[in-house]
Structure formats: C-alpha cells, structure tokens
Design a protein around this ligand. Structure first.
Ligand code: NAD
Ligand code: IPM
Ligand code: MN
Length: 357
C-alpha cells in the first residue's frame, strides 16, 4: 500500500469550492486503485483566519506542514478584507520560500472540447518552467524620500545558482519532451539581470547539445504565445515573466481556470506544493461556477510527483473527455456547475477499468 499524507489549504474564495471538488476526485482515484491511500489534513489558513488571529498561519505552521508528503492549496487572497501583500507573503510566498520550492512548472496544451479564444488553434503543448524563488519577487528595496519625490525601489535578485537551477530543470525536462527550450529574456531593456540571464543560458546550453534553443524577449514571447503557441516546447522564465506567461497559457486554452501548476522542492528537503495558476476569483465566489479543472489537473501533477504517472495520465484523459462532452463551467462556454464537472470526472473514473490493479 502506498500511503500519502497531504496537507490541504483551501485558502480563500473559490479555493474553498475547487479544493473539495478535487479531493473527491483524488478519493475516487484511491478507491479505484486499491493500493493507494491518501489522508487529507485540512488547515483553515486564509484571510478570514487572519482577521481572527492577525497572522495568515500560526507560528508553528511551517513546522506542521514540513511533515506532509505534499501540500495541496487552492488560492489565497481576499483583497476586500486583507491587502494582498499581507495575505500572499504571509502564506503562499512564505511556503514557497521556506520550503525552497524553487521551480514552478506550469503546462498549457490544446484541449479537445475547449473553447480557445484563438481563431484557429493548432495542437499546442508547452510547459513553462518558472523560477520560483527570486527575480522580481525580492524583498530588496524600499521607499525613499517623501512628498512629491516619494520613490519605491524594487530590486530584482538573480543568483547564478537560482538561474542555472531553473535552466537545467528546463533542459532536463525538454529531454523527455520535444527537445527544445525557449528562454524568456529582456536583455534589450533591462540592463543588469537579463544580460546575465542570457549569459547563464548560454553556459547551461553547452551541456545539452541535443536540445534546440531559442531566445525571445518577453514582450515578443507574450505575443507569440497568442499567435503561434504550437512552436513551443519548454519555456524557461524568471519569476515575474513566468507568472505572466502562464496566465496567457491558461487564456489560450480557454480559461485561466484550467491551468495547473506545481511548486517543486527539488532538493528533497521539504514538501512540494500543488496549487493552480488562477487566484481566488472573488468575482465569481459562492456561485458554484468556478472551473474545477485547474485544481483537478493540479492534482494530476501531484500524482505525477508521487510517481503515479499512469494514474495521472488517465485522469487527464478523463478531464479531456468530460470537457469534450460539454460538461463545462461558464468560463469555457458551458452551463455546468463546479460540482457537476467534478462529479462527472469521478463517475467516469469509476467506469474506467484502466486504473484497477
Ligand atoms: P484570479 O485568477 O483570481 O481571477 C482572474 C479572472 O479569472 C476572474 O475574472 C476570475 O473569475 C477568473 N477565474 C479565475 N479562476 C477561475 C476558475 N477556476 N473558474 C472560472 N473563472 C476563473 O486573479 P485576480 O482577480 O487577479 O486575483 C484575485 C485574488 O487572488 C487576489 O487576492 C490575488 O492576489 C489572488 N491570487 C492568488 C493566487 C494564488 O493563491 N495562487 C494566484 C493568483 C491570484
Ligand atoms: C501565482 C500568483 C502569485 C504569484 C501571487 C498571488 C503572489 O499570481 O501563483 O501565479 O505571483 O506568484
Ligand atoms: Mn499568477
């Protein structure tokens, strides 16, 4: 029996809707498999928790999370009651940093049955490797002067170690895929970090002679994601560039509500965290219309991480089937509820025999 203990943080907004729906799917998978067991331990850490406790998670929170095999998180943020920089840096970013989740992988692919906004979408299948610990998300900087001269300075931090780690991850991933890596740069406009980024890319590339490469400035790359996403395989990007590109990745699939992600701890010291690309979507909360696919596909990435690749593959096939058969939430042109989509995925998993051992 394989046994995984999972810390569950639904968080805020639609996180509290798509996470329970996804846990049903994971339970169904365990039931079918027979040799797999999950335990879910839920933590109420969120903006509401903050209002009560003045912290996003208890002081012992990280210590508690450390003992789990993985963290499954919905979304954090309710800017009406807690400013985002407090809620996000107090929970999501805190975990990413403390647990050295330095790599964030975020796939996007053309899905049968999805309503892509692209006029004539080709069969794209790409994955963004987002550096997840440094870059533009640094604490270095501050406010200087006051009055009309008041100035905020945000320093971007790029270490050779962190940059190279993301790039090597991307090249290793490309080896198992279409053998191509695109670097997201901006060395024409950003004077220190991006020429450095290019230099590290060239150095790393030398160790991977069988992998094709390209380098795009981030502005042109954002456009190419829309006009010709099918030319990409693996894209390596800094923290902020990767953040922006992956919402575009979601959008070209049809909705950011579909896009999954995995925050990986690659040194094996801490748990990894599985959390979709989208946020807490305050505009649609409480209506049971949030698309659960981003969270469910994120669960598939967690299965992959646990070594259950076949199961993950089957789950993604079922997600695609269900979408093609018009079980769709309104963001992708359907009328189904969150629960109806998740229930249909469970029902079809139960019908499939491929999973039973
Ligand atoms: P968002 O991703 O929450 O929403 C953007 C748009 O996409 C909204 O119109 C929303 O309704 C729609 N959308 C998002 N997920 C959807 C889904 N599953 N199904 C259908 N539609 C969906 O981004 P935002 O509005 O910029 O942020 C809202 C809050 O979430 C903020 O507090 C923000 O900081 C936070 N946020 C958190 C995370 C995270 O925890 N990982 C990620 C992004 C944003
Ligand atoms: C994401 C989110 C976060 C990020 C925010 C909420 C801090 O947008 O996971 O994509 O920028 O990393
Ligand atoms: Mn984002």
């Amino acid at each position: 029996l394989k046994y995984f203990e999972i810390a569950v943080i639904p968080g805020d907004g639609i996180g509290k809707e798509v996470v329970p729906a996804s846990l049903n799917v994971l339970n169904t998978i365990a039931e079918l498999h027979g040799g797999l067991k999950f335990t879910f331990t839920e933590f109420p850490w969120s903006c509401e928790y903050y209002l009560e406790h003045e912290v996003m998670m208890p002081e012992t929170g990280l210590e508690t999370l450390k003992n789990f095999n993985a963290i499954f998180l919905g979304a954090v943020g309710n800017p009406d009651i807690v400013p985002d920089h407090i809620s996000l840096w107090g929970l999501l970013i805190k975990i990413r940093r403390a647990f050295e989740q330095t790599i964030n992988i975020r796939p996007a692919k053309y899905f049968k049955g999805l309503r892509s906004p692209l006029v004539n979408p080709k069969d794209f299948d790409l994955i963004v490797v987002r550096e997840n610990s440094e870059g533009e998300y640094s604490e270095v900087g501050g406010r200087i002067h006051s009055g009309k001269d008041e100035t905020a300075i945000q320093n971007a931090v790029f270490t050779r170690k962190g940059t190279e780690r993301a790039m090597r991850y991307a090249f290793d991933l490309a080896k198992q895929r279409k053998k191509h890596v695109t670097s997201a740069t901006k060395s024409n406009g950003i004077v220190h970090s991006m020429p450095f980024w290019d230099e590290v890319f060239r150095d790393v590339q030398k160790d991977y002679s069988d992998i094709g490469t390209a380098s795009y400035h981030i502005d042109a790359l954002a456009a190419a994601f829309v006009t010709k996403p099918e030319i990409f395989d693996v894209i390596v990007a800094s923290n902020l560039f990767g953040d922006i590109l992956t919402d575009i990745g979601g959008a070209i699939m049809g909705s950011i509500g579909i896009a999954p992600a995995a925050n990986l701890n690659v040194n094996g010291k801490y748990p990894s965290m599985f959390e979709p690309v989208h946020g807490s979507a305050p505009d649609i909360v409480g209506k049971n219309i949030a698309n659960p696919i981003g969270q469910i596909w994120t669960a598939k990435m967690m299965l992959d991480h646990f070594g259950e690749v076949e199961l993950g593959k089957r789950l993604l096939e079922v997600i695609e089937e269900v979408t093609e058969d018009q079980f769709k939430t309104p963001d992708i042109g359907g009328t189904s509820t969150t629960n109806a989509v998740a229930d249909e995925i469970c029902a079809r998993l139960l019908k499939s025999e491929a999973l039973s051992k």
